[in-house]
Design a protein. Structure first.
Length: 190
């Protein structure tokens, strides 16, 4: 979700201000889960391989080279063919739990870039996005299973999930790392 908000913002601080308006927050952690795959009678989870046309839209560099030009080897490596293969997971339904402004959450979910609603935009295809109200907040836990990375400092008692040093605040690429509990899997059985 951070990256959907970031696409509408000029800088990281502006994006964080907007994320603060969209999601509730406790102990410095947003109430937003990871994407959870739904498994049930009508929905299966299938590991597959997606094949897309390799992009060859190269543009010539118009600046100055600091190093001498090197030749490009052709007919070698993973892009030697006209198609690129990527590992993928096929699911009928993905659930994302969040607590906050439902209209803004729906807007940003519909604005996600890189996963696409058509075969030529990203490696995912989304048929529709729906937002439903819930009486309970499942953004951190569902049936006592962890739904997102949470720092161990917010818990009074130890949990069974593995601990890893990581980032739990957006942008997730840079910033301080801390010991966190990591969700064991991302599948919900219905």
């Amino acid at each position: 979700m951070y990256w959907a908000v970031r696409n509408f913002s000029d800088t990281h601080p502006i994006a964080i201000e907007e994320v603060d308006k969209v999601f509730s927050k406790s102990s410095g952690v947003y109430h937003a889960s990871q994407a959870l795959f739904v498994k049930g009678r009508d929905s299966k989870i299938i590991a597959t391989e997606v094949v897309r046309a390799t992009h060859f839209q190269w543009t010539e560099f118009s600046g100055k080279f600091t190093k001498p030009k090197k030749s490009i080897k052709e007919n070698e490596g993973p892009f030697r063919r006209l198609f690129t293969e990527k590992l993928a997971t096929k699911v009928n339904k993905i659930i994302f739990f969040a607590h906050g402004d439902a209209e803004k959450i729906k807007f940003y979910l519909n604005s996600l870039i890189g996963i696409g609603r058509s075969a030529n935009a990203g490696f995912g295809e989304i048929a529709k996005v729906t937002v439903e109200d819930s009486m309970e907040d499942y953004s951190w836990f569902y049936d006592d299973k962890l739904n997102r990375i949470l720092p161990i400092s917010i818990f009074n008692m130890a949990r069974n999930e593995p601990i890893k040093c990581c980032r739990y605040k957006p942008n997730y690429k840079s910033g301080d790392t801390t010991d966190c509990y990591i969700p064991i899997n991302n599948v919900i059985v219905i």
